[in-house]
Write a protein that binds this ligand. Structure first.
Ligand code: IMP
Ligand code: MG
Length: 173
């Protein structure tokens, strides 16, 4: 499957060590307070699973299913929440965990929706942030990357490549 990439941008070991650092950062920022991790499915699944195990806080988990991209490689605009937002967000400190900050629409829309649904606070953590989004707000960012379409470690191209252990650029992109 690695043969489908034209370039590896971030290898497995580099991801692992950055995820460990982010866990330490998040642990110290929340200072012993309970935190609810909100992985955005499907792309944020792999990152959230690894990140959670590096955070030393009383954690709970509330995955949200979010669709924004369709099968193409440019953002479709609107986001949809096919599972809705559970009432259990009320009064909680939330940390949204997603794979990538692209246009920022997903995180912006969702942050507002979660606050409107009664969350006490909403922070955001993304593994990757593209160059043209670098001024968009995110509380924790793993890596800043060029404005290229990338796959692996949760990120897909038409549903594939999520299980690649590294981040890379698919051939012909
Ligand atoms: P945003 O709302 O435009 O920030 O889009 C975020 C979502 O688009 C992410 O959660 C990804 O699922 C998807 N996405 C954005 N850029 C890429 C990419 O380079 N590769 C794969 N998926 C991407
Ligand atoms: Mg996607």
């Amino acid at each position: 499957m690695i043969n489908s990439l034209s370039e590896i941008l971030i290898d497995r070991e580099t991801i692992q060590s950055r995820v460990r650092e982010l866990g330490v950062e998040i642990t110290s920022r929340f200072d012993g307070k309970p935190l609810c991790i909100v992985p955005l499915l499907d792309g944020g699944l792999i990152f959230a699973a690894d990140l959670m195990r590096e955070i030393n806080l009383p954690l709970t988990l509330l995955p949200l299913k979010v669709s924004s991209y369709g099968d193409g490689t440019t953002s479709s605009g609107a986001i949809t929440l096919p599972w809705g937002i559970p009432e259990s967000v009320t009064g909680k400190e939330l940390l949204i965990v997603d794979d990538i900050l692209d246009t920022g629409r997903t995180l912006q829309t969702l942050t507002q929706l979660l606050l409107d649904s009664g969350a006490l606070s909403v922070r955001t953590c993304v593994l990757l942030r593209k160059e043209y989004s670098k001024n968009l707000p995110a509380d924790f960012v793993g890596f800043d990357i060029p404005d290229k379409f990338v796959v692996g470690y949760g990120l897909d191209l038409a549903g594939r490549y999520r299980n690649l252990p590294c981040i890379g650029i698919p051939k012909n992109y």
